[in-house]
Each structure stands twice: as structure tokens, then as C-alpha cells.
Design a protein around this ligand. Structure first.
Ligand code: ADP
Length: 453
């Protein structure tokens, strides 16, 4: 038993079984002893009754008690040993027995008087003493107790040994998964995320083991994500930095003229880099956004209208039509800043991926339980192959990669994380060449909503 937990469980089980056998043994001993005592008393009383009946018969046969104290002679089978003497109703001794004569100095208060009754009339009293047979019975009693105690000790030994074996088997079954989980947890601490707990029992311990396995899976996923993200960031930083570096070197070496156009192109690269840093910061914030939300009732129709008014000039600049459709005012308890960020990102994508002359429409609608916000564009659309991945970090479609205007593939990740952290869901429908629709649903409650009258 190398494992302390196995040792502890074994010890506890053995102690409990020993203790319970001992307690039940003592209890059995006590109650059997009581029963035996009762049995002895019953036997004595029955014998006394027998004697009293015979004495009554003698009284009836002789028409009364003898005038003088008379020695009562009876057969061996008769229960003489405990009878001392008999008195009449006046207290005069009428019969005495051999025992009475031998032990005539016996203190009367230690004798047990039993009335002799015929019909309803008391005719005298028989005095019984402690008989030798009682001693014999007491000896039997002691013997009986010894036998019981012997059996108890034997059963303690047998049951103790059995419980010891069972305890070891049980303790091993119980502690094996714990040991396995301990080893897995230690391996995980040392950076080995491939170890898993196997052969788990179907109980709470098994569930704990499964949770540990799930934790290892999540850690592995997070580790992979971190590595991938670092690689992506490095990759995305490399191109603009290389451009900036080569341009600046060229300018220093007078190979590239320090013109406004060249400086503006450098500025664009710096802006792209700032955009990436901002997106990364946003992702980090979105991961913990739930802690920073400031929930307040927001009149959504008004909120979206203001946003659209602000964005219209930017869209108009590119020849895009920004439209707003609403089924009426609705109130939503949410975080204003995060909602702005969500809408900003969706509109920025719609702006980026829609050609001049296209339409971008925001639609607000609601039911009793839900609020829906749709952002629809008539842009390039997203192919079926890309659709499942567009919310993943750094995912960009080939089309957007080839475009200069493309971002870093973080915008929709931020949107999804914020929407979900606010308790909502986001879905997308798209037809390549025709456009895309992003739909956000938030749950509302009747008292959070203003019913349009
Ligand atoms: P990015 O910053 O590159 O736009 P996003 O995470 O916002 O990254 O979007 C991921 C990819 O999804 C984009 O690269 C683009 O290919 C595609 N996408 C997002 N919105 C649209 C849209 N409205 N129309 C067409 N493609 C879109």
C-alpha cells in the first residue's frame, strides 16, 4: 500500500467494521444475558408455583395445617431445595424443610415469601431461599457468556480479515483514478498537455477526470491559438514594417525622393499598423469585456439613426447608399460602447467589400422576446467555403487578401465575441457576387422594451 489515500481508506473501513462488530457483539451479549436472566426467573417462579400448589393440596387433604411445626418430607424430584418453611396466616411456622433446618439462621428478610391461596382465601405463606440450583444456573450463565464472547471474538477476527481484504480492493478502486488524475495534473503543470486520464469510473470521480481531460483539451487549444496568433501577428507586421524600412532607407540614401506622395504612402502603412494594434487590443478587451460592460437602457432606433447619420458622408464618398429601415422604437438593456463597436465593424466591412453604387441597409425589427439588427450589403459576398470561418481570428478570404483595403481578419472576431458576451447571437447569409447579411439577435423582456403604440 504505497498510496497514503489507499492506506487511509483501508484503515477507516477496517476500523469501522471492527467497531461495528464490537458494538453489536456487546449489544448481543447484553441482551442475551438479560433474556437468560428472565428465563431463570421464569423457571424459578414456575417451580415455586408447583410447590405452592402441592402445599395447598396438603392443606386441603389434611383439613388444615399441623398444630406443631412439622418437617416436610418430600420426594427428590420435588423442588425442596429452595423451600425453607411455611407459616399459617398468624405467622406461626407449620412446616419446615430440611433446608430450613440446615439454614435456620438465614435472615428472614432475605427469603422470598409467596402466599398460598385456595380460591380467594390466603391460607399461609411459603418462604423460599436462594437454591443451590440457582448457583448451578449462574455457572451455566457464565459458561453461556463465555461462549458468546468467544463467538464474538471469532467473528471479529473473521470479519476483520474479510473487511481488510475488501477494504484494500475498494480503496485501490477508489484511489487509482485519483492517482491517475494527480499524475495528469502534474504532467499538465510541467507543460505536457497530451496526457489524459483513462479508464474512468462512472461516478463523480469519473466526471472530475473528464473535466480534467476537457481542461487539458482547452489548454491545448488555447496554446495552439496563442502560437497561431503570434505567428499571424508577426506575419502581418512584417510586410508593412518591411515597406516602411525600405522606403525610409531609400529616402536616407536619396534613392527615393522625400515627396508628399511617398510620405503619405508611408503614413498609410503606419495607419495599417495602428489598425492592427487597435484590433489586437480590442480582442484582448473583448475577452474580458463582460467585466467592463456598463448596462443601460438604449433606445435602439434612435441609437442606430444617429450612427447612420454619422456614417453617411463616408459611404457617400465611395458612392454607396446607406439606408435605415425600422419597425418602430425598441429599447434594449445593453452596453452602448460595445454596440457601437459591433455596428462600426459590420459597417466598415460592408463599406470595404461593396463596390460604388451599391446599397448598405440596416434593418431594425423586434418581437416580444427578441430584437433583430440586420446589416445587408450588395457587395462581393462570401463563398460557401469561407463562410464557416469568417468569425475566426485572422481569417481572411482570398478576395480580401488580394485587396489593399483588406483588414487583418480580426473585425468579425471582435463582433462575435462582443455580441456573445452581451448575451446575443450573430449569423451570416451570403451569396458571392450578390451581397451579405449579418443578423444579430438580442433577447429582450417586456419591461425592457417600449411597445410602439
Ligand atoms: P477584415 O478586417 O479582414 O475585414 P473581418 O474579421 O472583419 O476581417 O472579416 C473576415 C473576412 O470576412 C474578411 O476578410 C472578408 O473576406 C470577409 N467579410 C467580412 N465582411 C464581409 C462583407 N460584408 N462582404 C464580403 N466579405 C466580408
Amino acid at each position: 500500500m504505497k498510496s497514503p489515500i489507499t492506506r487511509k481508506i483501508t484503515l477507516i473501513i477496517v476500523l469501522i467494521s471492527f467497531g461495528s462488530i464490537l458494538i453489536s457483539g456487546l449489544f448481543i451479549n447484553y441482551s442475551l444475558n438479560r433474556q437468560f436472566q428472565k428465563y431463570l426467573t421464569r423457571v424459578d417462579t414456575a417451580r415455586e408455583n408447583q410447590v405452592i400448589n402441592i402445599l395447598a393440596q396438603i392443606y386441603l387433604d389434611n383439613g388444615g395445617w399441623p398444630q406443631q411445626p412439622t418437617l416436610l418430607g418430600m420426594g427428590r424430584d420435588f423442588y425442596l431445595e429452595r423451600l425453607f418453611y411455611i407459616t399459617d396466616t398468624d405467622g406461626n411456622v407449620v412446616f419446615y424443610t430440611r433446608m430450613g433446618r440446615i439454614r435456620s439462621n438465614q435472615r428472614p428478610d432475605l427469603l422470598k415469601p409467596r402466599p398460598i391461596i385456595i380460591g380467594e382465601k390466603t391460607i399461609g405463606t411459603a418462604y423460599f431461599g436462594k437454591s443451590p440450583i440457582e448457583n448451578v444456573l449462574t455457572q451455566q450463565n457464565v459458561l453461556f457468556r463465555h461462549t458468546i464472547n468467544h463467538s464474538i471474538v471469532l467473528s471479529i477476527l473473521v470479519t476483520g480479515s474479510i473487511s481488510f481484504i475488501v477494504a484494500i480492493l475498494f480503496a485501490r478502486r477508489f484511489s487509482n483514478p485519483i492517482r491517475a488524475m494527480n499524475l495528469t495534473a502534474k504532467a499538465m503543470t510541467n507543460g505536457n498537455l497530451d496526457t489524459r486520464v483513462r479508464d474512468l469510473p462512472r461516478d463523480e470521480l469519473g466526471q472530475l477526470g473528464e473535466s480534467l481531460n476537457t481542461l487539458a483539451d482547452s489548454l491545448k487549444y488555447v496554446q495552439a491559438l496563442r502560437q497561431q496568433m503570434t505567428a499571424n501577428v508577426a506575419h502581418d507586421l512584417r510586410t508593412p514594417l518591411a515597406t516602411i524600412q525600405s522606403h525610409l532607407e531609400g529616402m536616407i540614401d536619396d534613392v527615393i525622393p522625400v515627396s508628399t506622395a511617398n510620405l503619405e504612402s508611408l503614413l498609410d502603412e503606419v495607419k495599417r499598423l495602428s489598425g492592427l494594434v487597435e484590433d489586437l487590443q480590442e480582442i484582448a478587451l473583448a475577452d474580458q469585456a463582460i467585466h467592463h460592460f456598463k448596462y443601460e437602457p438604449i433606445a435602439l432606433e434612435e441609437f442606430l439613426q444617429i450612427l447612420i447619420n454619422k456614417k453617411t458622408p463616408l459611404f457617400a464618398e465611395k458612392g454607396l447608399h446607406l439606408l435605415f429601415k425600422s419597425t418602430g422604437p425598441v429599447q434594449l438593456v445593453s452596453d452602448r460602447k460595445s454596440l457601437s463597436k459591433i455596428m462600426d465593424n459590420l459597417l466598415s466591412n460592408a463599406h470595404k467589400y461593396t463596390a460604388p453604387g451599391g446599397h448598405v441597409t440596416i434593418t431594425l425589427s423586434h418581437t416580444t422576446e427578441k430584437v433583430h439588427i440586420e446589416v445587408t450589403d450588395t457587395g462581393i459576398g462570401i463563398s460557401e467555403v469561407d463562410l464557416p470561418y469568417i468569425f475566426e481570428r485572422f481569417y481572411r478570404t482570398d478576395q480580401s487578401r488580394n485587396r489593399e483595403s483588406g483588414g487583418f481578419g480580426l473585425g468579425l472576431t471582435i463582433v462575435k465575441e462582443l455580441v456573445e458576451a452581451l448575451g446575443g447571437t450573430i449569423t451570416v447569409r451570403s451569396q458571392p457576387g450578390q451581397g451579405s447579411t449579418f443578423t444579430i439577435n438580442f433577447a429582450t423582456t417586456p419591461n425592457q422594451r417600449n411597445n410602439p403604440s
